[in-house]
Each structure stands twice: as C-alpha cells, then as structure tokens.
Design a protein around this ligand. Structure first.
Ligand code: SPD
Length: 382
C-alpha cells in the first residue's frame, strides 16, 4: 500500500480512536521540522528515520510493523557501549534521529547539548510508564528521554560446566580471581567490552563505589583487571548472544540480565525442563541500569522521532520488545502482555533482597578521563 494511503488511513483511524500505538503525538505543521515530510492534515511523517540502538535490543518485527503501518523507512544501526554511541555523536555523526543511551550517559549527553528536548504531554503512551521509572535524577521531568528497558549486570555461566555444578559463581571473584579462573578459563571466559561496566564490576569486587573518581581506587581496579585479563578469551558485549551459544566458545561471561536470560531460553531442553545458561548477581553487589529512548539534538525529523518514541511506548509493542529481548520493561501497561516465564524470572525482575545490592552508574563528568585512561591501559595491554 502506498505511503499516502497509509497516512490518510492513519488520520481517519486517529479521528475514530483517538490514536493507536504510534498515533499519539500529532504534529502541528507549525511545530514540524521534518525534512522530506509528507503532510496529511495533522500528521507529518518523514520518509525515513534513523535509529541507533544497542545490538539485539528490539523485536525487528515491530520495526517492520512501524514501517509498514506508517510508511516510514527505518535505517537501523547498532552500537556496543554508551561510550561508542557518544564517540559517534561527538565525531559529528549527524543523521541519527533516535538513540538509546543508558542513565549516566543521558546526563552526559544533556550536558553536552546532544539531546533534543521533549514534552511528555506530546507522548500519550508515556502514561504507560511505571512512575518509579519516570522523572529519574539523570533527566528530571523526562525533559529529554523516556524509559525503554532496564536490567542488571551480573555473571552468566553454563550450568553444565562440572566446576560450576559444585561451585555456582556467586561472586565477582569468578571473573577476577586467577585461582578460580584457572579452573575454567580453558572453556572460555568473556567480559563486557564496556569502559564503565568492566571497571564497575572490579570496583564493586574491591569494595569501592563503581562511580569512584579516586585515582588510587581506579588504579587498583585497573591492576585487578590486568591480572585477570590473560584468563579471558574475549571482550564482547555485542553479538555474544550468538557467540555464547556456539558450543565450546564460552562457559562464563560478565553479562546483562536479558542477554543471559535469552541464552537460557535458547538452550532450554523440554526433557530436562531446564536451560544451560544461568545468571547470578554476585554477593558483593552489581549495577542496575535503565536504557532510554532519546532524540538527538541534530535530528531533522523530530516529529517522526517523537511519533516513533510514542509507538515504542505502546503497551503491546513494549511487551513484544520484552518478549524478544528478555529485558524488564518499565512499561506498566505492557505487563499483561509479557510472557509469564519472563514476569516470574527473578534474574530479570530481581526480588527485594537482590535489589538492595544494586547500584546505578552515574556520570563522572570531567573525571571521565580517569575511566578513559583505565580503559586504554586495559585494552592496550598484551
Ligand atoms: N543486548 C542489549 C543490551 C543492552 C544493554 N544495555 C546496557 C546498559 C548498561 N550500562
């Protein structure tokens, strides 16, 4: 069906129902700045929208549904870490409209003027968001971004590994202590290729704040990482969903909750009624994070970006995303459509006693060079 027909249909539908999944934020032509937008009454959508997200972090059927329903081609690209995203934008990459930074990176990007402002009154599906995830300290009043998915950073391990059967990894020592690592390093250990997450785990293991800017503590974390590094096979946070599952590739990984839960269900055996990948939040504590949907300050398709944002916050769309990614959804209205196996999974929705051990990463501002130096030392060592 031609794009114009879809737009006309959409306008009629909106008039009849008061807006569908993406039908909320209508663009007054006065407010619209979309380059190449086709105008049809209230709604103006651009021909294309460029979306830059974490890898394996959306149900692509929902992207296709958006394209088909609204006649907008989505140019989709992925990044591996908040710092990669930031570097790309700072290098002057223009053309990205919608991006998905985490909590502390939202704060950084606001300070750097990289995010467009939004008004949640223009996003009807924002009402679906659980109030506990709205108005976060890193973006007061959701003046720039809306919540997308949340999770934790822990340890994923193969339940079938004999050593883990006797010694389930319950501490960051399993990632950093050579005495333990030598028991299973030959079977493959992976860490997140992430300049805040890996140092964050080392700092927590050492008993420090993962947001510290104390050079001595950071040096200690760097040395801990350098001692463990020879035992690690890979630094991979992008396609480890696939690589993790290749037999013989990896037996233990630092991992994000949803990716490990996905690995559990991908290896689920109906006969044993169990999967091979378990997830653990180490006893020393771990990081909790919230990824967000934001519009870049350089976007020339602001109205379409806002429209897409509203679409992603629809209850059924939000549930479909969680049913695909296995990450927790901050979308309260989505809960009724989320698979029971996800809602009941404590590795995805941690119980209170685990929540108590979780901390947020926060922006370190001008001191971020300390983390850059640490990361360079880690990545450049042989
Ligand atoms: N495969 C999708 C991973 C998304 C993870 N976001 C993590 C943010 C951690 N700071």
């Amino acid at each position: 069906m031609k794009k114009l027909t879809w737009i006309l249909l959409l306008v009629l539908l909106m008039a009849a129902c008061g807006g569908g999944p993406g039908g909320g934020p209508s663009s007054d032509s006065e407010a619209s700045s979309d380059a190449g937008a086709e105008s049809s009454g209230e709604v103006q959508l651009a021909d294309e929208l460029s979306v830059y997200n974490w890898s394996e972090y959306i149900d692509e059927e929902k992207l296709a549904e958006y394209e088909e329903t609204y006649g907008v081609d989505i140019i989709y690209d992925t990044f591996a870490s908040n710092e990669d995203l930031l570097a790309k934008l700072q290098a002057g990459a223009e053309g990205y409209d919608v991006i998905f930074p985490s909590d502390y990176m939202v704060a950084n990007m606001i300070d750097l003027g990289l995010l467009a402002e939004i008004d949640t009154a223009d996003i009807p599906n924002f009402a679906n968001i659980d109030p506990q995830f709205a108005n976060a300290p890193f973006d007061p009043g959701n003046a720039h971004c809306v919540p997308y998915q949340w999770g934790t950073t822990g340890i994923g391990y193969q339940a079938s590994n004999e050593f883990f059967q006797e010694n389930p990894p319950d501490s960051w020592a399993y990632l950093f202590d050579p005495a333990l690592l030598e028991k299973y390093a030959d079977d493959g250990v992976n860490v997140l290729n992430d300049p805040r997450e890996l140092p964050g785990a080392a700092l927590i293991y050492l008993g420090y704040d993962p947001n510290t800017t104390n050079p001595d503590e950071l040096n200690e974390a760097r040395d801990l990482i350098l001692t463990a590094k020879p035992y690690w096979k890979t630094f991979n946070s992008e396609d480890y969903d696939d690589s993790l599952l290749i037999p013989g590739e990896v037996t233990l990984t630092q991992g994000w909750s949803g990716d490990v839960a996905n690995a559990y269900w991908s290896t689920y055996d109906d006969e044993t009624e169990d999967g091979d990948w378990y997830y653990s939040i180490p006893q020393e504590g771990a990081v909790k994070w919230l990824d967000n949907i934001c519009i870049t300050a350089s976007s020339e398709r602001y109205d379409t970006a806002l429209h897409f944002m509203n679409y992603l916050l629809d209850a059924e769309v939000g549930a479909a995303i969680t049913n695909f990614t296995y990450y927790a959804s901050p979308n309260l209205a989505a809960q009724e459509f989320i698979l029971d196996e996800i809602l009941q999974d404590e590795s995805i929705f941690p119980p209170d006693e685990v929540q108590d051990k979780l901390v947020w990463l926060t922006q370190v501002g001008e001191d971020s060079f300390l983390y850059d130096e640490l990361w360079t030392a880690v990545k450049s060592s042989q």
